[in-house]
Design a protein around this ligand. Structure first.
Ligand SMILES: Nc1ncnc2c1ncn2[C@@H]1O[C@H](COP(=O)(O)OP(=O)(O)OP(=O)(O)O)[C@@H](O)[C@H]1O
Ligand SMILES: [Mg+2]
Length: 261
């Protein structure tokens, strides 16, 4: 089984889906076989990597099928290639929000995602699980099957508190069934160093996080929104941009951390 990285923060809008798409693309460029799984009913990752398409069947159908609430499907039936070579996606859809009520009543409900994906993860070097902005059922499923957690934050006043809450959740998951789960790192995203107040908040966060923080930060850049509009990743949209260069550096840092751990 390869590396499975859950991209988690219960705070919304910190960049989970954007980071999953672009770090996934950067690692695929480095010759890795990468699978990104959209675990969020908002399906932002799906929309951004598949140029607005909303494919069916998707993860919702797979989960319902594997629990006897729908037609049984294999993960191979829902996996899709993206425009970037070696980067595949398991798409999501908004129906997942309602389906979660059904799935929530299942026995050992934290293991449904791992069961539904079966052997598929073995075909990839790195798998990313893009989580919704909650610590609900899909995030629990992601943390239960992950080997690592990547925590995106924005350098704001409450980021440190959010990381503390997440660390407590991760400790519970380690105690209750996934002892090998490790925090790969905390990633500062969307960083704008111009206003002095942001620099002060950033410095406080650096001190709070210590070695947990990746050395690479992802800067704020309009290319991120432009790439979303074009339905592709930032590296293919604007290779020379500061954001693209940061993702390339982050991919190297992730590989180094994975070797070390
Ligand atoms: N480096 C960046 N520069 C500028 N904008 C960014 C950057 N990273 C992310 N964004 C923007 O921030 C917004 C939130 O990003 P994204 O949807 O990836 O966050 P999320 O954590 O997945 O959100 P949710 O919690 O709703 O799933 C998006 O509009 C995205 O384009
Ligand atoms: Mg998201």
């Amino acid at each position: 089984m390869g590396v499975i990285i859950a991209v988690v923060n219960h705070k919304g809008g910190v960049g989970k889906s954007t980071i999953t798409a672009n770090l996934g693309a950067a690692l695929a460029r480095r010759n890795g076989r990468v699978l990104v799984v959209d675990c969020d009913h908002q399906a932002n990752l799906t929309i951004s990597l598949l140029a607005g398409a909303r494919p069916e069947p998707n993860l919702c159908d797979l989960l319902l099928g594997s629990t006897g609430h729908g037609e049984p499907l294999s993960p191979e039936q829902i996996v899709q290639a993206t425009d970037r070579v070696r980067l595949d996606i398991i798409p999501s859809g908004e129906e997942l929000a309602e389906a979660e009520d059904v799935l929530d009543a299942e026995y050992m409900k934290e293991r449904l995602l791992a069961e539904a994906l079966g052997d598929l993860p073995n075909r990839y070097d790195i798998i990313f699980l893009d989580c919704p902005p909650s610590l609900g059922l899909m995030t629990k499923n992601a943390l239960t099957m992950a080997t690592h957690v990547l925590i995106p934050v924005m350098a704001t006043e409450f980021a440190a508190k959010g990381v503390t809450i997440l660390s407590q959740t991760i400790a519970k998951v380690q105690r209750r069934g996934n002892p090998g789960l490790q925090v790969l790192g905390v990633l500062v995203n969307n960083y704008d160093a111009h206003p002095v107040v942001y620099r002060i908040q950033y410095q406080r966060l650096v001190e709070h996080l210590g070695v947990l923080k990746f050395a690479t930060d992802i800067p704020k850049g309009v290319v991120v929104e432009e790439a979303h509009v074009m339905g592709c990743n930032v590296l293919d949209y604007s290779e020379g941009s500061a954001v693209s260069r940061a993702y390339t550096a982050l991919a190297e840092e992730v590989l180094t951390r994975l070797e070390v751990q």
